[in-house]
Design a binder for this molecule. Sequence first.
Ligand code: ZN
Length: 312
Amino acid sequence: MFQTTLKKPVQCSGVGLHSGKMVTMTMRPAEENSGINFYVTTPQGSQRLTPRPELVIATGLATTIGNGSASVSTVEHLLASIRGLGVDNLRIDAHGGELPIMDGSAAPFVLLIKSAGIRRQNALRRILRVKKKFTHSSGDKSISVEPYAGFLVKYTIDFAHPRIGVQKMSLELTPESFGEVARARTFGFLREVEALYARGLALGGSLDNSVVLDESDVVNPDGLRYPDEFVRHKILDFIGDMAMLDLPLQGRFTVSCSGHALNNQFLRLLNENRDIYLEEVSLGGAAALRKPASAPEGGKVRALPDSLAAGV
Ligand SMILES: [Zn+2]
């Protein structure tokens, strides 16, 4: 299996969730083995920002990655689309500090990537395969991963709301199956949305880019895109959050009631202990690029910094 990039540059503009202002994003083809890189406008000029679990600096309203003076927010749905469609190498120029929220789903990004076209490159695809079971939990939220040749996620949510309740879904991720979650939109509760507006946050949030629920029902006049749109969106977010590594991750994930913060904690721990849990594999057949296992089996998992351990 070979690495891929886009055939040509593509651009989109739209409202930023945080600022409410128009922001623009351009995706460009990138060379083999360069991975996914953002180029963010800063007062010092354009600065490269490569997604990594430890560069996730906020997960509240949307996922933000940052390093020094450069940051970019609302990256999760684009990163999910890139992984979902199997694009390995890409340059993303972002102006305005955040990506456009579009309709709150990944569907506009899928359309954009497909309109550019995906081009096969000459180097073999490299992935990170889970080689040992790893579980991380916090209260009633948990994520567990086991070795698996592919990306399979079984997700359960349980919200005490009449329109949500318990929802379960399994997805074996392929460019085709990604369509089952790509259209599912971000959701939030009216009381939380009103609190955000009162604090001058989420200025770009509206019923055009999120599903909003009051105490008993969905507020959006057009209702839901799927009865289980909520768990579908959680899987979409999970795919995006797991795309923060340098290479695509493979494993069988069992996720219960997680969100961006726990997803990020899980990925940080997995990555900080990658000698124990991950192996780099080239998807070309026999040649596996195994790293020497420098940590002993059952080695200790490094603790999280306090600032993240408290995340919701
Ligand atoms: Zn989302």
